[in-house]
Write a protein that binds this ligand. Structure first.
Ligand code: C5P
Length: 220
């Protein structure tokens, strides 16, 4: 199958909108590959933090992104053969990822790597710009939203479950700041792609959201 014919479902949305969970479940259901594009920004951030790369050195950050030695194995994410699945979820790493993701050269450095995830029989890709920049011709594009309260609550639970400390007020503030940064940046800002289906998951379970995405896919 030529790459252009391999189906892609893009699921974009703000931090903690539930897109990761929904995208993984949809991928599993369809037997498709899965791209967690946020993990690539987090891996770049972790790598930069560990190597003391200055967060205002765009050139060095882009080089860090370009030379990421990472691989994905099921739910596990590796950086140079070290399992960093948990480490990349720390708030400091997420915050740093959001800052460096505003840099166009970093985004450019991760572009080809993201395209390489498009393999038969299909791909579900989640992030901020999957439908607008990386896979603009995807046959199904979804934009998930949820209220700040619902998202802060989900992020709180995720962090506590993973053994990280968490505080609801700090999380709400951080989410709001991160949304503003992702939405207002000039390079690939967070916004629904043209033709995207909007889905507000504030009052939905993950399985309900998955069922909705699958029914849109079945109707193509
Ligand atoms: O989705 P996640 O919270 O893991 O992403 C971490 C950060 O990476 C986000 O806050 C966002 O700034 C950035 N990101 C991005 N484009 C993507 C995915 C993530 O800018 N496609």
């Amino acid at each position: 199958m030529s790459t252009a014919k391999i189906p892609v479902i893009t699921i974009d949305g703000p931090t903690a909108s539930g897109k990761g969970t929904v995208a993984q479940k949809v991928a599993r259901h369809l037997g498709f590959h899965y791209l967690d594009s946020g993990a690539l920004y987090r891996l770049t951030a972790l790598s930069a933090l560990r190597r003391d790369v200055a967060l205002n050195d765009e050139h060095a950050l882009a080089k860090t992104a370009e030379h990421l030695h990472c691989h994905f194995d099921g739910a596990h994410i590796f950086l140079a053969n070290e399992d960093v699945t948990t480490a990349i979820r720390a708030e400091l790493v997420g915050n740093t990822a959001s800052r460096i993701a505003a840099l166009p050269t970093v985004r450019q450095a991760l572009y080809g790597l993201q395209l390489s995830f498009r393999k038969a029989p299909g791909l579900v890709a989640d992030g901020r710009d999957m439908g607008t920049v990386i896979f603009p011709h995807a046959p199904l594009k979804v934009f998930l939203t949820a209220s700040v309260e619902a998202r802060a609550q989900r992020r709180y639970k995720q962090l506590i479950d993973k053994g990280f400390p968490a505080n609801m007020d700090d999380l709400s503030k951080d989410l709001t700041e991160r949304d503003a940064r992702d939405t207002n940046r000039s390079s690939a800002p967070l916004r629904p792609a043209e033709g995207a289906h909007l889905l507000d998951t504030s009052e939905m379970t993950a399985d309900e959201a998955v069922a909705q995405v699958l029914s849109w896919y079945a109707a193509l």
